[in-house]
Design a protein around this ligand. Structure first.
Ligand SMILES: [Zn+2]
Ligand SMILES: [Zn+2]
Length: 343
């Protein structure tokens, strides 16, 4: 998930919880302030006299207490962390990295394409402006856009300013634990910085948000040429590993990894078909296609998320020659939204 996915919300206060999944692997379930996504998982992997921590939870008031509580339930403390590894640079996976590194002096490893995260705390105004400009270009009317801008103005990114990683988390890097070595596999699409970790002897996959128990799509739009195409390729990459247990970034562990990969492919195919149908015959903005593609699912809360998904789908259709941008004979005036049409 990413912060764009859900609005702020109340709901009942969850507490951090920890449980052993396998000898030497603990699931740390950490609360999130997002309705519909109540928590995320960090994973503690036994390594010598301490643990490797994969993902961190968000940086929020009280969030370190949740991590401490979850670790305590597993007989661990934050001081046991010898290395922080992040599956991707979204707030719920990297948010507390800086605090843990400051406290333990351990190293931080992240994939180098994490510029999308740095903008969130280095220049939040520019990041909001970027999002608003994308929305304007997509045909979002002035009123909902103004409401969104207002909501986001004092938005807390949920990420403590994060130091540059000590190591680029790229294929070839090995994460050593008592359970064995974990290899690194680039899986962009959900986020440009996304990687999965794989332990080959036990066929265990740490999937971050690339594969989730409950199939749900999210694409970071605007950083790479074709997030949907990248995501589909990443599904092939993970399929070739032959994992039999998946430790995902949200929700419970699951074993039917292949079925989850197929489920993601099916959902992408359905969304692509609906998006294409919505731009058959007449040019339309991304915003105009939303009701047709998402119907009753569409709400003011999820519209920003679904808009980036739609832009990612339109871009994928364009890359594959199935859709085009319609700019008129004299080009498109700056205040005109972008329209799309099926080929
Ligand atoms: Zn997430
Ligand atoms: Zn994410």
């Amino acid at each position: 998930m990413a912060d764009a996915a859900q609005g702020r919300g109340g709901g009942k206060r969850e507490l951090g919880r920890g449980e052993r999944v396998l000898p030497g692997i603990w699931r740390l379930r950490l609360p999130l302030p997002w309705p519909g996504v109540p928590h995320c998982n960090a994973w503690a992997l036994k390594a010598g006299d301490g643990v490797v921590l994969v993902d961190t939870g968000m940086h929020q008031p009280g969030s370190m207490g949740h991590l401490e509580r979850a670790m305590e339930m597993c007989g661990l403390t934050v001081e046991d962390v010898r290395l922080v590894v992040c599956t991707h640079a979204h707030s719920d996976h990297v948010g507390q990295a800086a605090s843990i590194v400051a406290r333990t002096g351990c190293e931080l490893w992240i994939h180098p394409n994490h510029a999308h995260m740095r903008r969130m705390f280095e220049d939040p105004k520019a990041e909001l402006e970027r999002r608003l400009e994308i929305a304007r270009q997509s045909g979002v009317p002035a009123e909902p856009l103004r409401r969104y801008a207002e909501q986001r103005e004092d938005h807390d990114p949920g990420i403590a300013p994060t130091p540059e990683p000590d190591r680029d988390l790229l294929p070839g890097v090995i994460v050593e634990t008592d359970l064995g070595d974990w290899s690194v596999h680039e899986t962009p699409g959900h986020a440009p910085s996304h990687v999965c970790l794989f332990q080959a002897d036990r066929r265990v996959l740490i999937s971050g948000d690339h594969l989730l128990g409950r199939i749900s799509l999210y694409f970071d739009y605007g950083y790479t040429p074709d997030p949907v195409g990248e995501f589909l390729h990443s599904l092939d990459v993970v399929e070739s590993l032959g994992a039999r247990l998946c430790l995902a970034g949200h929700g419970r562990t699951f074993t039917d990894v292949h079925a989850h990969i197929e489920g993601n492919r099916d959902l992408v195919a359905q969304r692509l078909a609906k998006t294409l149908a919505a731009i058959e015959g007449a040019p339309r903005t991304a915003f105009e296609t939303l009701p047709e593609v998402y119907g009753a699912e569409l709400s003011p809360t999820n519209a920003p998320w679904l808009l980036t998904e739609t832009l990612s789908m339109l871009t994928h259709l364009e890359v594959n020659g199935r859709a085009r941008r319609v700019d008129g004979e004299r080009g498109r005036p700056e205040d005109e939204p972008q329209r799309w049409m099926a080929n």
